[in-house]
Write a protein that binds this ligand. Structure first.
Ligand code: TXA
Ligand code: MG
Length: 323
């Protein structure tokens, strides 16, 4: 049985107790719901991979209530401190060298000499992390390869009975995962576009290579273009027209003729589109399949601001599926 906990003092205290005891607790962040476990406890972290049916032990992001706590586990350089000052709490994950004597389990770090750390935004999330008093490892709270959850109901649809509790803090405001920036090399490297835009990062880091510059030229190999965020219906990108047998993921004025429509943002605003992306994919997938539609057709999304993160998630949703 999975407990649904209210986002009040009692719910937060219960969630923290479960985490400290090695349990699995999903919780809302400003990006998506995370599936949390005590990042210092190998057994608890292993349960994350089992609950998600994640085939490989990918490194996980550890979550902290503030930068000071994060930097007890990750060694900051000057740039990391400036980025933390500007963007934390918020949807930015920094990959940094592990602190000697750090407590994050090797399983959470996948045996790497680096760790990914993040300080999410939101009073409930901060209270939970503070009450837990340990780094909390948390990938998105969905079955591996499926669409990420942007509310507690989505979490329950995929993980009910597999996890101890979900702390329901309502729908996520940003709607796409955090931006992951690797600071272990000579120049900052963008590993995943997300909730902090590269335009905003560039104000502090200088120019960062644009993910769309290389995404289309990479070979489509399983490791590189892992099918992810995948609905059960196939996804077609950059649709210029749409058929009656297709479900349309619209952006701005809708193409006419679709069998079903979810408009990410009628006014063509990428922030609004990001917040509605995962709920829209879920809706078009379940309702489209029920109506016998054959595919999801996605209209083009601008290559700016949160549009980059949306394009990245859609590209993955459309990429070949593992057999
Ligand atoms: O918004 C988010 O980041 C959400 C919420 C729950 O906080 N979490 C999330 O976690 O998306 P996850 O585990 O799905 O994504 C982890 C990402 C992966 O792309 C992983 O490869 C990268 O972070 N990562 C983690 N540790 C790393 C490391 N040491 N070096 C390089 N990449 C790392
Ligand atoms: Mg995920």
């Amino acid at each position: 049985m999975t407990e649904r906990l209210e986002a009040n003092d009692a719910g937060i205290a219960r969630a923290a107790d479960l985490l400290r005891a090695g349990g699995l607790v999903a919780f809302g962040t400003e990006t998506v719901y995370g599936l949390g476990a005590d990042a210092t406890n190998d057994t608890a972290v292993a349960r994350i991979f089992a609950a998600k049916e994640r085939p490989r032990f990918n490194p996980l992001i550890s979550h902290f209530p503030d930068a000071e706590a994060a930097f007890t586990e990750a060694m900051p350089n000057d740039l990391a401190r400036r980025l933390a000052e500007r963007f934390w709490p918020g949807p930015l994950t920094l990959v940094l060298p592990r602190q000697p004597g750090g407590t994050i389990s090797d399983l959470a770090a996948a045996g790497l000499p680096s760790v990914a750390v993040r300080v999410p935004r939101g009073a409930v999330t901060a209270a939970l992390l503070r009450a837990t008093g340990r780094p909390v490892a948390a990938p998105s709270a969905n079955l591996s390869g499926k669409v990420s959850p942007s509310d507690a109901y989505h979490v329950m649809r995929g993980l009910n009975g597999r996890i101890d509790a979900v702390l329901d803090s309502g729908p996520c405001q940003v709607g796409v995962e955090s931006t992951v920036l690797d600071l272990t090399g000579t120049a900052p490297m963008l590993l995943r576009p997300g909730g902090v835009t590269i335009e905003a990062l560039a104000e502090i880091c200088g120019p960062i290579s644009h993910p769309d510059d290389y995404a289309d030229t990479l070979p489509v190999s399983p490791g590189r273009m892992e099918s992810h965020y995948a609905p059960s219906l196939p996804v077609r990108l950059d649709a210029q027209e749409v058929g009656t047998d297709e479900a349309l993921l619209a952006f701005g004025p809708e193409l006419p003729g679709a069998g079903l429509v979810w408009n990410l943002s009628p006014s063509g605003t990428v922030d609004e589109a990001a917040a509605r992306l995962f709920a829209g994919l879920r809706f078009l997938d379940s309702e489209g399949a029920r109506r016998g539609l054959t595919r999801i057709a996605a209209m083009p999304i601008p290559r700016a601001g949160l549009g980059l993160a949306i394009r990245d998630r859609l590209r993955r949703a459309a990429s070949p599926r593992p057999a």
